[in-house]
Design a protein around this ligand. Sequence first.
Ligand SMILES: [Fe+2]
Ligand SMILES: [Fe+2]
Length: 340
Amino acid sequence: MAALIVWFSTLLTFPRIRTVHNSPAYAKLLVVPFGEHGIRWAVMYAEDTAAALAQLTLDEVVEKTPDLPALPAATLAVMRESQSATSTAHSVARYLSQDQSLTARVLRLANSAFYGMQRRIASPDEAVIILGMRAVRNLAMIASTYHWMDKPLRGYALEPHEFWEHSLSVAVASQVLAQSVSPGSSDLAFTCGLLHDLGKVALSAWLENRSVTLNSVAARLDLTTDQAERRVLGFDHQQVGGKLAEKWNLPKVIVEAISYHHCPSTVETESPAVDIVHVADYMASTTQVTTHGGEGIHIYLDKAALDRLMIGDDEMQGLSEEFAVQYENYEKLFIQPKAA
Ligand SMILES: [Fe+2]
Ligand SMILES: [Fe+2]
């Protein structure tokens, strides 16, 4: 009962923000809610976070994060080749074959219940011919990212599977939106959606043993997660993800979609991919078919992005329903059909 009263009293205390420290990384804020428990929380947060993050820079996160995820060279080659005007089924399959472990994972997905094939797909050539170049490219992306995206992200209080589910759901929502506004780019949109929160993986590694999460900071300060990151660190997961994508030599359109997915109207040159991922993130986070993926309790939708994509409210409703159906279908990707 006493704990309940304490918890309720903290709800009644409205946080004020004031600067109390000169450290460059977190000095911009220290929440001092009224009441003893709020102050204790704020002090604990300040000491704990300052010790670990005060000197952290964006470049350090990108260059020095231990166990940073990477995309296999074969996946990048498949992505580039599938976009090339001169590519053939065989040339895409040849790049995939360069990585045996990746090939095995792609074939496993290709033979899942999602595709419902009557006979087994046994080689990269068969996979590209039967499923198509773009489908194989998306399978290569899923096969390359699943193992590190499926881990817990403790800096964002995400349990195993939650970050993966969010990333996949934004990929599927991006594909659904792109099919509606720009059908030729739906597979590229899928990749942009899948990788959009990449920066969180790196940032979470630095926050692993901290006593608070960025989500709790965001909730306490009534901010979106990316706003909380900028307050605490001076930069956010969009910037970290964008730098990582640049480091991997991903195409500019993907780098921009990652770098501006929470602020699509600030990108230098208008980009449908940026707007699509922004709206997809909102759609996936609010349709309640999956978790919010660490985007916090406040999800911001820039209406200008919807206007640029020429999506009205009614159409948004229909696309959200279509997304929910397609996302549920994607779960079959991880179900292997029983052997005949
Ligand atoms: Fe995000
Ligand atoms: Fe997200």
